[in-house]
Design a protein around this ligand. Sequence first.
Ligand code: ADP
Ligand code: MG
Length: 851
Amino acid sequence: MPAPTALPIWKIHADILRTLQVGNRLVLVAPTGSGKTTQVPQMLLDGGIAGDKMIVVLQPRRVAARTVATRVAWERESKLGAEVGYQIRFDDHTSVGTRICFVTEGILLRWLQDDSTLANIGAVVFDEFHERNLLSDVALALVKNLQQSQRPDLVMVVMSATLDAEPVAAYLNLCPILVSEGQSFPVEVEYLSHPDLRPLTLQAAEAVERIIHERNPGDILVFMPGRGEINGTLDALRGLRTQERVSCIPLHGELEPQEQDRAFAPNSLRKVIVATNVAETSITIDGIRHVVDSGVARVARYDAERGIGTLLLEPISRASADQRKGRAGRTAPGTCHRLWTVIGHKDREARNTPEIQRSDLAEVVLLLHSLGIREAATFDWLDKPDPQAVERAERLLTMLGALHEEQGNLTPIGRQMLRLPMHPRYSRMLIEASQRGCVPDAALCAALVSGRDLLARLDRDDAQTKSAREMFEDSEDSDFITLMRAYDFAKENGFSFERCRSYGINAQVARQVEQTFQQILNAAQQQRLHDRDAAPVSAAKNEEALRRCIMAGFADQLAKRRVPGRPECDLTEHRQGQLVRESVVQAATFLVAANLRDAPSRGASSLTLLSLATSVKPEWIAEMFPQHLSTTIEHLFDAQNKRVAAVKLVRYRDLVIEQKAQQRDLDPIASGRCLAEAHRAGAFDLPLMDHRLKQFIARVNLVHSTLPELEFAALDADAITACLARAFKGLSLVKEAQAAPLMAAFHQHLASGQVSWLDELVPLSIPWTDGSTVKLSYVNESPEVQVKLYDCFALKEHPSLCEGRLPVLLSLCTPDGKRLATIKDWPAFLTREWPKHRQAISKKFPGVLWR
Ligand code: ADP
Ligand code: MG
């Protein structure tokens, strides 16, 4: 094996050191395998860049942190955990003397909480930054912030194989960029000729078989999204018959360390390594000449269905696919077999979206608060998160009691939640559980939802699994309890694949649940939330306690069944949903759903499906969330009895959870208002809303718009309702409202004195040239009057209202009563229009002396 100093990155060794001797920031782009991860930390250490402090290298993946640390320790001929170490969740291989430490991002963030100045760290290296994990974005922002405030001496290096370096360098105040070109060989890409719907595992195995059959030398790397698919591929490979013996090796984060190392170890046979995207850029395995790419990966997403962040299976971007391809051309020309079509390739996204823009931010917002950063939306991010997502996170944290309702700062509960490495909903549940003595159950619930589904989807006709499932459904109070029973069953049966499958349980998931469960219990124990030796509580009491804990974590998803026995429910914020048929909670009126999902529905409105439900009692709501309860007496219109009815409404936020008729305590004002609004909504007619009143309304509005300086308040729909409410004060029957005099209430709409001005500004009639008065009509936009054409010749000027600002519309009639024209300017009519009509009119009405 060539010396590490032969790696391409060493060509820019001097540049790297020089940049960091004069400045404290560097963006470094070099192809995968050039030696960034293994060499740069050593260069910094040996170049004295971090002084006597530690160099921390952030790794997005646990497997990478561990294997790379092992490699670097080996290169430096020291024991792992001495000069070179690593720390990942639940696994710490560092010591006082550790100078280079590979960690996952979460660990650095935890350190930041313990010591916000990172006093013993001299350099932070952000490796694989192109992955743009939520936590690496957070860490980058926080370290930048720290460097600009208390730690100007802290060195930052951002590294990647594929990074778009300019934006990052710009974000780091135009810091230097170093690029190492590296060497690569051509890779021949092969796509599917048409889409293949068979399992990817089988397709991948066949691709491997083809490569071997064609006698192309070199190791093969297969990309699969996760452990399940990796094992599936290995099974499929075993079923193949190839002339050549090969060594099939899995590589993913859940393997034991020794098993992980097999991928790197020399092998006398050709290696077929089936890996997650850890092998995409994080780690380099020498000797790979062929890549088989499934084209999918598990990506961290905000899963609206569960209301929590989770890993979802998604197509990888074109940029990722190119990285994967590049793994085949490091040492010699290679081949890459993509299990999708050329057309499918074009449909893929060009590159990965930063996780910050697609993820649930509750955990991060909580963390920022703990570091004194309260404005997550306006914080100095490389890419800003969606402000709505931040707001959603803040609302959730407030509901969970982690942030103060008003001041918005961290509460003691919030501080405790920070110490638990899980989504805030579940850390809140666990804290509640510590007070109710049911930590193991709550921890199990959290573990049960942290991975894939434990129970297979029930087929309509699969009677056998259905009856097996019923065995686990021994409580009508929570779907979590069904899952717990199923898990217990799997555990009692040693997670046997066969036993589990016949009961519709995914044994592999159950085994993972077991692991996560233990890890959560350990964390709870460390935080003194749980004492493993404490006496267990009785099962029945425990179940109720657990249901309360679930409510604490999901109170924003409280639902009330509309009609007993029906699936339709109302939720807070005017949301509506339907409980799924499979839920065991078919009787309770109140429930919390841990799972909300938008289902495609036939109609225009979308349908929210509620699942993973737990029944709760209204008195628990009152007990646990008194601050969100409000009681009001409300006046509702009873259309059937044509009257107002008063009801006492108890609400949890905006969801009515209790409703009681209170006929005797009618509030006169509220009752009047209710009638007025019912009228506005068209519930009944008002005979007294007559022509005179309508004229009044029109006149007021005319003055309002023509003479704004007089400040006549407009009578728009709202104002009219307010006037009617005044007129109906103290009334409760439609009959009474219809008999009530209205005018006085409308007069009150105007300021004192304004009513008498009305007759002056917008009179009901005006004097006319023949000595009589003519009535004005105000029903249309402008006041209008019908007059005889002949009479107009006596007009000196056009009649007007509102201090001369509003011309009256004159509707001119000929002696036979026919309308000739409607005009706003008599003198203009007389000079311009009249001459055109004159002859005809004189001829038609010869007896009149036309001018
Ligand atoms: P980069 O970070 O630029 O992708 P690395 O520093 O991870 O590059 O790897 C550089 C080289 O070191 C690889 O090409 C490989 O030859 C060697 N290497 C890295 N990790 C291991 C390991 N665990 N076992 C054997 N060789 C390794
Ligand atoms: Mg690397």
